[in-house]
Design a protein around this ligand. Structure first.
Ligand code: HEM
Length: 460
């Protein structure tokens, strides 16, 4: 992100912020993002500016009204794609993540239908079966980190639902290649590395393991897309790829292979680690609270009569739904979203010049006392008694860029947790404590969400 802010007197001043060197702000932003956000909020209030070496000026916004204004802004005034430019080397230049304005709306239009809430029913079996398969191997009585397990389940689910793969050697191969490629970006200081190393210029180089692995994965993806186009590969169930191949743009033209690949890899990347981290957080939040786990168990028994939860019963699991929403509030995966001003823009009564990156900060909004009394407390009931606006609860971002996978992620979390809490009794090992740390750009529990299986729940 270029640093385009000059300081002639006509340029409006940015909100105050730390005056420490920009490289130090980068290191803290990578190493202790939540500590930095809390400290700056205490010192500077609802709007403050971070000057992050190599990344530009980020104005964090935690006044819900300012957030509302940003989410309602015209797409030609605030750009997300430009702020996400760094991802182009991996997700490709046709990905919704890195596009803005008309090209963004064009790609988003084709991705919305396959990921709509109504489509989720078709994915139920894949989600449930992959969860049951994982649980079967969990060792009773010995603590283990749940995060890698959640990653494995969500990766296998997204391979099945996005590509229509069925369990077997081909799916195992994609699983291995995806996991190897993604493990590159999970380091705590990945952001510092990405700032220091000119990643865009190295893009495509076979000398860089990340790009070598991506090229290898791409070879398989293109071959797979071509075979599916020729009708040679039957799909193992409803899937996003078949929809993309059948979709057309508004002018009637089909999607080019490159567009299909970029859409597919975007979904595979965006839809896997984020959901796994949210699930790991959910276990950290739920498991040590017997009153919450008991209530989830009671609701499950009441709704299912003690049998395995069926797809048609999911909407009745209202308390579980509230617990998931509360966990997404309480324990952030993506603590803020980014919008780069390309024209002057005002939010929260302040004028912002082009070049600045405005960041609706869900982490700080989700801790506002007037919205969420005693915000540090974990209370699913908050979400039973009241509906929060899109500028008050936004773990999936908002406006024209709201996460395309939000229905998918909420559905998957529900299926997985309902299956899990209906099958095993989990505990946290004595003394277990999780603090937020970065896994690449996203946040998760630093201990990998240690749990232990205490016993199984046998159906009556
Ligand atoms: C709990 C899990 C997830 C979380 C917390 C999450 C969070 C987010 C956030 C914060 C954004 C940025 C929104 C903004 O800028 O306003 C986003 C964008 C996006 N997410 Fe997710 N996400 C999750 C799961 C998924 C899944 C399962 C998929 C796909 C199946 C997905 C696909 C996308 C895509 C394609 C975008 C880009 C949208 C655009 O730029 O138009 N995400 N997500």
């Amino acid at each position: 992100m270029p640093r385009t802010l000059a300081s002639p007197s006509s340029v409006p001043a940015l909100p105050p912020g730390p005056t420490s060197p920009t490289w130090w702000q980068l290191v803290r932003f990578a190493g202790d993002p939540l500590g930095l956000l809390e400290e700056c909020h205490r010192r500077f209030g609802d709007a403050f500016t971070l000057d992050i070496a190599g990344n530009g000026r980020f104005v964090m916004l935690s006044d819900p009204e300012a957030v509302r204004e940003v989410f309602r802004a015209d797409p030609d005034v605030l750009h997300s794609g430009e702020a996400n430019e760094l991802f182009t080397a991996t997700v490709g230049r046709h990905s919704v993540l890195v596009l803005d304005e008309v090209p963004h709306a064009r790609q988003r239009r084709v991705l919305v239908p396959p990921l709509k809430g109504e489509r989720m029913r078709a994915f139920f079996d894949a989600m449930r079966l992959e969860t049951l398969e994982a649980i079967r191997a969990w060792p009773p009585g010995s603590p283990f980190p749940a995060l890698p397990e959640m990653r494995r389940i969500t990766l296998r689910v997204i391979l099945r639902t996005a590509m229509g793969l069925a369990p077997g050697p081909e799916m195992d191969r994609f699983e291995r290649k995806m996991e190897r490629f993604l493990s590159n970006g999970r380091q705590r200081y990945a952001l510092v590395m990405m700032t220091v190393v000119p990643i865009q210029r190295l893009s495509g180089s076979r000398w860089v393991p990340l790009f070598r692995q991506l090229a290898d994965l791409d070879d398989d993806l293109y071959a797979f897309i071509a075979a599916r186009r020729r009708g040679e590969r039957a799909s193992g169930g409803a899937n996003v790829l078949d929809d993309l191949l059948a979709a057309t743009h508004e002018d009637g033209s089909p999607l080019a292979d490159r567009e299909v690949r970029d859409a597919l890899i975007t979904i595979l990347i965006a839809g896997h680690d984020t959901t796994a981290l949210a699930l790991a957080w959910a276990l950290v939040d739920l498991v040590p609270r017997p009153e919450v786990v008991d209530r989830i168990g009671d609701e499950l028994r009441r709704v299912t009569g003690g049998g395995p939860p069926g797809a048609e019963q999911l909407p009745a699991l209202e308390y579980l739904d509230a617990a998931i929403r509360e966990s997404l509030r309480h324990s952030p995966v993506v603590p803020f979203v980014v919008r780069k001003a390309v024209r002057p823009f005002s939010a929260g009564g302040r004028e912002y010049p082009p070049g600045v990156v405005l960041c609706p900060c869900s982490y700080l909004v989700h801790r506002r006392e007037e919205l969420y009394p005693e915000p540090e407390q974990f209370r699913p009931e908050r979400f039973l008694g009241r509906k929060y606006g899109p500028h008050e609860w936004f773990p999936f971002g908002g406006g024209n860029r709201v996460c395309l996978g939000m229905p998918f992620a909420l559905y998957e979390m529900k299926v997985l947790l309902a299956t899990l809490f209906g099958r095993v009794r989990l505990a946290r090992p004595a003394g277990a404590r999780s603090r937020a740390r970065r896994y690449g750009l996203v946040l998760g529990p630093d201990d990998g969400a240690q749990v232990v299986v205490e016993g199984s729940i046998t159906p009556p």
